[in-house]
Design a protein around this ligand. Sequence first.
Ligand SMILES: Nc1ncnc2c1ncn2[C@@H]1O[C@H](COP(=O)(O)OP(=O)(O)OP(=O)(O)O)[C@@H](O)[C@H]1O
Ligand SMILES: [Mg+2]
Length: 379
Amino acid sequence: MMTLRSLEPILDGQSANTAILDRSGVILSVNRAWRDFADQNQLRWPDYGLNVNYLEICDSASGHDSAEARTAAHGIRQILSGELQQFQLEYPCHSPEKKRWFNMKAFRFELNGVVHVVVGHEDVTHLKETKDSLREREQQMYMLQEQLAHIARLSTMGEMASGIAHELKQPLAAISNYAYGCVRLLQSPKPDSSQIIYGLEQIAQQAERASQVIQHLRSFIARKETDRSTLCVNDLVREALTLYRMELAGTAVEIQLELYDSLPLVSADRIQIEQVLINLMRNGIEAMADTPLKVLSIRTALSAPKSVQVAVCDAGRGLSKEIEARLFTPFVTTNPGGLGMGLAISRRIIEAHQGKIWAERNPDRGTTVCFTIPAARIG
Ligand SMILES: Nc1ncnc2c1ncn2[C@@H]1O[C@H](COP(=O)(O)OP(=O)(O)OP(=O)(O)O)[C@@H](O)[C@H]1O
Ligand SMILES: [Mg+2]
């Protein structure tokens, strides 16, 4: 027959303060950890609580931990009545010096056919503190995430504002040039109405373009689907050149077109791709400001796998070493009048079209900026 005494070595091996209760709640046996705890905490139970009724002590508890004590007693009674096999409760047990938490575990245990309850109290302060600091860290992470999201929103807004300013510079400059041109024509003794009409038409067209730029840039930054249609890139190159004619007029730049004539169609946003072309042309022309040879060639070609490639090649001063690796980063510029947004915007547009964009140094002089757009899937 097994006796309580024979269980003592097993109980003493437990780190939890453990007691065995009989079916009325009387403490029959306690382990070493229980006794050590009682010694360290000056518990005034006679003989470590042996023969004291644990349930009655819980029932009569008063003060801040009385609610937990009653919950514990209820759980133990449920085990004794067979309603529960085991029961667990985490509770605070603060001493004047230290905040502590314990976890009480109780389970049913039959010794020689007689019901007992084993009650263990384990100090979980360490675990609890870890849990609390984990929660605190989670909270910090959450706050960090919020802050980062906010910063990201702000920088997108900043980027959008600079993007709009950047893209509007060209149509606004064209509008003011044409408007002054019209004023001069009207001031002449015999105004040429056909020329004035042409100028006004250009103003209307550029204003229309400016509003489209804002609309497209906004929807682009909001990552909404933009206006895709099936297009021929060669047509886009020709249209972009037409739009850019005003800016070109003041320069001595010669444009060479080498357009591959059986290109596959692409699914693209017309305005956005034209914007990229204008950005690249403008950069090429700016790079040739001080060079004697001013030739800008625009080439289209097939590129594997099933893509259209556009190359804008200048004979200018070439890429500056300091910024070569960061060309496509917003606000990176060597141009005093520039925002450093042209290539950043272009990359966003091309990547949104599942394409790639990159810059190469030419073997002789100048730079070639290329981009690809995948061919549209037919059917
Ligand atoms: N074709 C080129 N040749 C030499 N350098 C170039 C060329 N294209 C771009 N760069 C360099 O990359 C920088 C960034 O170009 P990006 O178009 O992004 O901005 P930006 O032209 O300086 O200003 P903006 O915002 O008005 O376009 C330029 O300042 C220039 O130093
Ligand atoms: Mg630029």
